[in-house]
Design a protein around this ligand. Structure first.
Ligand code: AMP
Length: 379
């Protein structure tokens, strides 16, 4: 067990690391972060930031030596760096889950092998293979880069055969391996964050219902508007993944819920997740505290919900309106800003957790603020 008072190293200085450090500091842990940008969101609240590139092996070694345990807040950790960290420090999450989640082909194949439902998919290497795969999977279908994509980047929804050459040319330019998968006509997007500790104890947070705008998470509504049976199944799937993959820390499982009630897993993240920010005030234990408990081998915290909640993301374009609305924010809402120096359009700058007696009420309160244009919402 890594006891409070020890030093936790966080690879990556973004908002997830920041909220991890804020939660861990309450428990008495110390924090060191490694990130190339000075004064990073996590660096601002950590004891120390090592400013270096993520591929700098000697910086990674210095970082690992100064920590009792190392964790990461993003999944694109260089394999060589991960191996170096494992040599010099205790990295309970290991590098196996990282390797799986860094590549959609590995991720989907692994899930399929464990009997977890995923969208039918094909790996493609040429325009002809794409054309054959589209004929096999049917239209529409979704072509994605196997690595490096996020928030819908590196994706193309193919709606007709005529789009095949252009879609292939566009994503082939990235140099990444490509996959194409069947389009799942989902009714809702949901997610579950499961934790598994170094002792093998597991717990899953309540299911979140996620609304995206232009592929970026806009709101998480919890409890999700799904049946009790669907919620139980989603939690079961997340726990099964945590067990099967031997997760240590958190695994966020994004899923599609279809009209006929089927659940299909879309994507995994081996870390705290934007769709789990609601836990900060709405659950007995936040996802960030849970992550720290899991990697330090402490007993996992209770995941009971204390209140219905809607989490709404604050992007660059929402910062000014939020700051101008400070007096209007609901008294049962909690504002989190990440301390990022530069506010850019679509950049995640913070979030607001609105607690209310029902999620409908929380949604109404958010709408009344007039900051997020409802017309933009596409599910
Ligand atoms: P991803 O990067 O895989 O999380 O995909 C980004 C978004 O694209 C998802 O949140 C979905 O809204 C949509 N999407 C991705 N894959 C599919 C699919 N196979 N069927 C339908 N929609 C998809």
């Amino acid at each position: 067990m890594i006891k409070p008072g020890s030093t936790i190293g966080v690879l990556g200085g973004g908002q997830l690391g920041r909220m991890m450090a804020l939660a861990g500091r309450n428990m008495g842990y110390r924090f060191v972060t490694l990130d190339p940008t000075p004064d990073s969101p996590c660096g601002q609240v950590a004891d120390r930031q090592i400013i270096a590139s993520f591929s700098d092996l000697s910086a990674a070694e210095e970082f690992a030596k100064s920590c009792d345990v190392v964790t990461y807040e993003f999944e694109n950790v260089d394999a060589e760096v991960a191996a170096q960290l494992e040599k010099t420090s205790f990295v309970p999450q290991g590098s196996e889950l990282l390797k799986i989640t860094q590549n959609r082909i590995r991720e989907k194949s692994t899930l399929h092998a464990y009997g977890i439902p995923v969208a039918p998919f094909e790996v493609i290497g040429s325009e002809q293979e794409l054309s054959d795969a589209v004929s096999k999977l049917g239209l529409p279908c979704v072509m994605k880069t196997a690595t490096g994509g996020y928030d819908g980047k590196g994706q193309w929804v193919i709606r007709s055969m005529e789009e095949v050459p252009g879609a292939f040319r566009d994503l082939n330019r990235t140099g990444a391996e490509l996959i194409v998968e069947a389009f799942i006509p989902f009714e809702k997007e949901i997610s579950v964050i499961a934790a598994r500790s170094t002792n093998g104890e597991t717990k899953a947070f309540p299911v979140a219902e996620n609304i995206h705008i232009e592929n970026i998470l806009h709101q998480s509504i919890v409890p999700a508007r799904v049946t009790a049976e669907q919620a139980a199944r989603a939690e079961e799937i997340a726990l099964k993944i945590a067990e099967a993959l031997g997760v240590v820390g958190l695994v966020a499982v994004e899923m599609f819920l279809t009209k006929d009630g089927q659940i299909v897993v879309n994507e995994l993240a081996p870390r705290p997740h934007n769709s789990g920010h609601y836990t900060m005030e709405a659950c007995m234990t936040s996802q960030f505290e849970q992550h720290i408990r899991a990697v330090c081998g402490l007993p996992l915290g209770d995941v009971t919900m204390l209140s219905p909640v809607v989490m709404v993301n604050i992007l660059g374009e929402h910062v000014e309106p939020i700051l101008e609305s400070m007096e209007k924010l609901p008294v049962t809402s909690k504002l989190h800003l990440y301390g990022k120096a530069e506010s850019k359009m679509k950049r995640k700058m913070g979030h607001l957790n609105v607690l209310a007696s029902t999620t409908e009420e929380a949604l109404e309160q958010i709408e009344a603020l007039g900051i997020w244009n409802k017309a933009e919402v596409t599910i």
